[in-house]
Design a protein around this ligand. Sequence first.
Ligand code: GRF
Length: 223
Amino acid sequence: MVTKLKVGVLASGDGSNLQAIIDRSLSGDLLVEVVCVITNRSAAFALERAKKHGITAHYLDYRDFSGREAYDVALVALLRSHGVELVVLAGFMRIITRVLLNAFPLAVMNVHPALLPSFPGLDAQRQALDHGVKVAGCTVHFVDEGTDTGPIIIQAAVPVLSDDTVETLSGRILIQEHQAYPEAIRLFAQGRLKVEGRRVLISDEHHSPLAHASISLSKELKR
Ligand code: GRF
């Protein structure tokens, strides 16, 4: 029997990235199992998505804890109780602490809706539009103690069009997130990611659709 990597997903909102990861894991080519979903918002639709797929879902209310570290101690305990090996932040709107990072060294990932290191933090798509960039995109990276500063695993680019709004650009980027995040998780599950300083080296790189960033960009521009 093939052993699947146990993934715990932390989400605060709609959970479309969670859904993409679940869908890819069910299709069988990811070799991962989403074993739990944890949210800091009781109304997060991610909870419904988890339940629909029979995945244990937890709501952790920050008001029950004395501070960020105490919250993360509880998070770690929950993740460990499910045997989680990789923690996936998917729209988790909460700053995490060293407590979580030390418990899962180089095993916490995040997706950010910009081509880092440009436009870290909140409202990345608006930052990109306001700056007037012609190419935007998403970044999947390992999480470190900074805000969106960890080693970059995968990036995917999209064009910024003249009539874009934050909504249209976000939608175009989100489509790429749904491809890039499962792909980064697949590479992790296959043991193909090696972190050397700031660089994440991918073994056997031609077996990864990393090139899809430029391919999808040129397709969009031809429209
Ligand atoms: C995504 O755009 C992600 O990059 C950002 O938050 C959003 C989450 O979307 N961190 P969803 O909840 O996965 O639909």
